[in-house]
Design a binder for this molecule. Structure first.
Ligand code: PGA
Length: 250
C-alpha cells in the first residue's frame, strides 16, 4: 500500500438545493467517514458557503467545479480561485470533460486555471481522460499523456495538485474499464508526471479514478497500486453510497 492518503471526492455537477446540500453533508459527517481517508465535496457555486458551514469542524473538505484564470475583473458570470479560497474552499476541479466539451476548454486554459488555483492556495484537481473513439483507436495513453503535458502547470506539486483520470465514456454510463486497464493508465500518468515534474512529485501525487465509481466496484478500483482515490459523480449524491465508497478504501 502506498503512503498516499486516499481522497474520495464528490463532484455534484449541476445538482443541489440548500436543503439537499446541508442534508447530504450532515449525512456524510454522521457516517462518520473513515479517518484514514480524506473526503471532499464539490457543490455548485451557490451552495459553497453553505457547504463550508455545514462541513466545518469535520474532515470533509469543500471544493468548486471550475474557476477562472484571472483574479478579478470584467468576466461576467465567472468566479476566481481567490473567491473560492475566500469562502472557505480548499480544492477546485479543473478541466472536467464536461467543461472541455460544454465550454470548449482547452489544455492551455485548463493549465492556466490550475495555475490560478495553486496561486490562490487551493488544490487543483486536474481531469484527463479519453473518449470512446480514442480508446477504440488505441490512443488512450497518447491522449492522456498530451492532456497531462498540456494541462499540468510547472508549479504543480504533490501537495497542491491531484490528477483525476476519467474515461469520458465511463462517466455516468455505468461502464468502467477493467481494473487492469485502469491500473495501466494510472501507471502511465505517474510516468508522465515524473517526466514533467520529477520522480518525487510523481511518487507523492494522488491520481483519482473517476467514471461510474460506486460502492460495488470501489473496493477493487481503490486497491490498485496507482489509484489513490475516486472522483465520483452520481454516487456522491447519496450519503450512503458516498460513504460506502469511502469505506471500501484499503
Ligand atoms: P460519475 O461521474 O461517477 O457519475 O460517472 C464522475 C465524474 O464525472 O466526475
Amino acid at each position: 500500500m502506498s503512503a498516499r492518503t486516499i481522497l474520495i471526492a464528490g463532484n455534484w455537477k449541476m445538482n443541489a438545493s440548500q436543503e439537499m446540500a446541508s442534508g447530504l453533508i450532515d449525512g456524510i459527517k454522521a457516517g462518520p467517514p473513515p479517518s484514514n481517508v480524506e473526503m471532499l465535496v464539490c457543490p455548485p457555486f451557490p451552495y459553497l458557503g453553505l457547504a463550508v458551514s455545514s462541513a466545518s469542524g469535520s474532515n470533509v473538505h469543500v471544493g468548486a467545479q471550475t474557476c477562472h484564470t484571472n483574479v478579478s475583473g470584467a468576466h461576467t458570470g465567472d468566479v476566481s480561485a481567490e473567491m473560492l479560497k475566500d469562502v472557505g474552499c480548499s480544492h477546485v476541479i479543473v478541466g472536467h470533460s464536461e467543461r472541455r466539451t460544454d465550454h470548449g476548454e482547452t489544455n492551455e486554459q485548463v493549465m492556466a486555471q490550475a495555475s490560478a488555483a495553486i496561486g490562490a492556495g487551493l488544490v487543483a484537481v486536474i481531469c484527463v481522460g479519453e473518449t470512446e473513439a480514442e480508446r477504440d483507436a488505441g490512443s488512450t495513453l497518447d491522449v492522456v499523456a498530451s492532456q497531462i503535458a498540456g494541462s499540468t502547470p510547472s508549479s504543480a506539486t504533490s501537495d497542491n495538485t491531484v490528477i483525476a483520470y476519467e474515461p469520458v465514456w465511463a462517466i455516468g454510463t455505468g461502464r468502467t474499464p477493467t481494473t487492469e486497464e485502469v491500473q495501466d493508465v494510472h501507471a502511465a500518468i505517474r510516468s508522465n508526471i515524473a517526466a514533467k515534474l520529477g520522480q518525487d512529485t510523481a511518487d507523492g501525487i494522488r491520481i483519482l479514478y473517476g467514471g461510474s465509481m460506486k460502492p460495488s466496484n470501489a473496493q477493487e478500483l481503490l486497491a490498485l497500486a496507482d489509484v489513490d482515490g475516486g472522483l465520483i459523480g452520481g454516487a456522491s449524491l447519496k450519503a450512503a453510497d458516498f460513504l460506502g465508497i469511502a469505506n471500501s478504501a484499503p
